[in-house]
Write a protein that binds this ligand. Structure first.
Ligand code: ZN
Length: 247
């Protein structure tokens, strides 16, 4: 199975469309969506409806989805994220808000090889930044390939023979990973809608369980269009500015 893997879309419709156009040229069977469809940018309804149209094989909710649909308060968010979350809550149609509220909590098992989560397999809201965080996740995950998001940072951790190794941190970008049958992986493709690794291009992955490869892909998109929508919506300026620098 060839999976299109999308995470942290954050209401950025231009970035999502660019990823989908690029992915169409590479072909895939089904989509997996790892949460945070909304929050930060200005197209929550457009992104939700585009994801619905994909009919993903599996999807989980993210922390921004929970706040935007009213399942959780924005107490843990900084002032900018909080303002965006309230704006998103008020802008989502009642139907789309209810759809987000019904998204499952991760982890979700996809097949015999793959599971997905937003933050980590032991806590949907936990951040996996480094090998220390990754060890617990690798020991908790129930499938050899666990796909995650939440940090907006593309990285893969491999557990092989009791050792954890970091692969493809951004300084040394790797386009294609070959996944070894004897290893376990935590793989974050990076964020579609708000990359934070210094590369402003949208990030996504295609994971192929037949060839045991993961393609880590970056795609340019019309950032100025997204920025103009953010400003026009009255969302904080910083949410537009950060898109240009990928931070
Ligand atoms: Zn996010």
């Amino acid at each position: 199975m060839r999976y299109l893997v999308l995470t942290d879309l954050h209401s950025n419709l231009e970035a999502l469309e660019a990823c989908l156009a690029d992915a169409a040229g590479r072909t895939y069977d089904r989509a997996l969506v790892l949460g945070d469809l909304v929050g930060y940018c200005a197209d929550p309804n457009g992104v939700v409806e585009r994801v619905q149209a994909l009919a993903p094989a599996a999807i989980v909710r993210g922390n921004h989805d929970k706040v935007a649909c009213g399942l959780e308060l924005a107490d843990g968010f900084n002032a900018v994220a909080k303002r965006a979350a309230h704006w998103t809550h008020d802008t989502l149609t009642p139907v789309n808000r209810a759809w987000l509220a019904a998204l499952p909590r991760g982890p979700v098992i996809v097949d015999e090889l793959v599971e997905i989560c937003h933050g980590s397999p032991f806590d949907e809201d936990a951040y996996i930044f480094d090998e220390l965080d990754a060890v617990r996740a690798l020991k908790t995950s129930q499938r050899p390939i666990c796909l995650f998001g939440h940090t907006h940072w593309p990285v893969t951790f491999e557990l092989n023979g009791g050792r954890v190794e970091t692969i493809g941190a951004s300084e040394r970008w790797i386009d294609r990973l070959t996944l070894r049958a004897e290893s376990k992986y935590m793989l974050n493709p990076g964020s579609v809608g708000q990359p934070r690794d210094g590369d402003p291009r949208a990030a996504y992955a295609i994971v192929d369980t037949a060839t045991m490869t993961a393609d880590l892909i970056r795609v340019g998109y019309p950032i100025e269009t997204t920025q103009a929508k953010v400003i026009k919506a009255g969302l904080p300026d910083v949410l537009a500015q950060r898109l240009a620098v990928g931070r």
